[in-house]
Design a protein around this ligand. Structure first.
Ligand code: PMP
Length: 425
């Protein structure tokens, strides 16, 4: 039964049982209306209240200033955001060049504008990617797919610093950042490789009152809500819901308002076509989603409801909000890594110490030299004890314990104890 299982899957992840029970009731009959939450109109007041409450609770929990940032519910998962950030920030970059050109020459003829923009694009357009694992690599590849290799700069490839494998965060002194990039992208926690930035990269830090701060984009799909985020150093933070926030079906984009109308509209589609840059599909464009409070089209309000319930529970559990959850996340991670480190002849933690993720704990079972057999045995014995979902990503193999917020301290203790028992058996 559910109470006998601790599920360490990487996403979808386990959700708190009481949240699911509330959601199950709401699915059949929301607030005694006789109609379930997946049936009510997304234009109803119920839907609007669910969206606004979830936004406000997220803002409160993470300390997001909603006068500076818009919180959007998007619909193509974390992967959809790989594309969306490219479309939107290239659009913003082009629009800023249009502003600059029209400051120099009023009523600039379109042909002349197009000529100038093409020149700027050829000489200056760059998107910077910090690649520290499989997900930032995918985002980097998507930018190349949408724009072409000539516009995409690989700031650093962590594999080049670790014998061809992910597992380290290379020192910032080795990073090759472009000047005035349209975006600088990083993935805060690499779910497949178990690599997490220990802290926000200092080299990307915004300086107060500077108008050439880096335009930082972060994928926080697998560690959001588990530690404090320096929101103001970011232009866009996005995350799929299905790990720490809720169920698969929505992704959240926290977008700085200066990248949205009225400050920065997307350039006209005909200009983008003439200068040879892609026009975003409307569902990938932040402006219409922001303008319509995430209801440009039909949104899965049920998924937002679940996210809202998770946030409510977090706020009720931790008076000091995300700092409270962070302490527990660290404690759980220390328990599990501590158990692994105690038996270096049996376990090998994959990433280097300074890059170890608190959320996705990746390790190999090297007992007796036959890794395959040892890992099979480890999984079989763990499953018998109700410790499930421990198999690593198919691309890298090994073991992965995803230590998301819904894993209780007792669940982590149970796993740590099993790790020790297995080593000594
Ligand atoms: N980024 C990260 C860090 C992820 O872990 C994942 C999915 N596991 C994604 C992006 C892609 O998310 P989705 O499956 O929602 O497209």
């Amino acid at each position: 039964s559910r109470s006998e299982i601790t599920y360490f899957g990487a996403g979808p992840a386990a959700l708190p049982t009481d949240v699911l029970e509330t959601a199950a009731k709401a699915l059949v009959d929301y607030n005694g209306t006789g109609l379930g939450i997946a049936e009510h109109s997304h234009r109803s007041q119920y839907a609007t209240d669910i969206i606004n409450n979830a936004k406000n609770d997220l803002a409160s929990y993470l300390d997001i200033d909603q006068s500076v940032y818009d919180i959007l519910f998007m619909q193509a998962g974390g992967t959809g955001e790989f594309s969306a950030v490219v479309y939107n920030l290239v659009g913003a970059w082009v629009q800023n060049k249009i502003f600059e050109a029209s400051k120099e020459v009023t009523d600039i003829p379109q042909d002349e504008l197009v000529r100038r923009l093409k020149e700027k694009i050829a000489n200056e357009l760059k998107l910077d990617y910090i690649v520290t694992g499989s997900w930032s690599l995918k985002a980097y590849e998507e930018a190349i797919r949408l724009l072409g290799k000539e516009y995409v700069n690989l700031v650093v490839d962590a594999r080049e610093h670790n014998n061809g494998k992910f597992g380290v965060i290379p020192d910032e002194s080795t990073w090759k950042l472009s000047e005035n990039a349209a975006l600088v992208y990083y993935c805060d926690n690499e779910t497949v490789d178990g690599v997490e930035f220990p802290a926000f990269p200092e080299i990307l830090r915004s300086k107060p009152d500077s108008d050439s701060n880096p335009i930082v984009v972060a994928d926080m799909s697998s560690n959001i809500l588990s530690r404090r985020v320096p929101v103001n150093d970011h232009s866009i933070i996005f995350f799929g819901a299905q790990k720490n926030l809720g169920s698969a079906g929505v992704a959240v984009a926290v977008v700085k308002k200066t990248f949205l109308p009225p400050v920065t509209p997307q350039p006209q589609p005909d200009i983008m076509r003439k200068i040879g840059l892609p026009v975003p599909p409307i569902m990938m464009e932040y402006a219409p989603i922001a303008k319509n409070n995430s209801l440009y089209n039909t949104l899965s309000i049920f998924d937002v409801f679940i996210a809202g319930q998770v946030l409510k529970k977090l706020l009720a559990t931790y008076p000091d909000k995300v700092d409270g959850q962070r302490k527990v996340a660290e404690q759980k991670a220390q328990l599990i890594y501590g158990a692994l480190d105690k038996f270096p002849d049996v376990y090998k933690v994959v990433p280097s110490k300074g890059a170890r993720s608190r959320m996705n704990i990746c390790f190999r079972v090297i007992k007796n030299g036959d890794v395959d057999a040892a890992e099979k045995e480890f999984l079989a014995q763990a499953t018998k004890l109700g410790l499930t979902g421990l198999k690593g990503h198919r691309s890298v193999g090994g073991m992965r314990a995803s230590n998301y917020n819904s894993i209780s301290l007792e669940g982590a203790q149970k796993l740590a104890k099993f790790i020790a028992d297995f080593a000594q058996s």
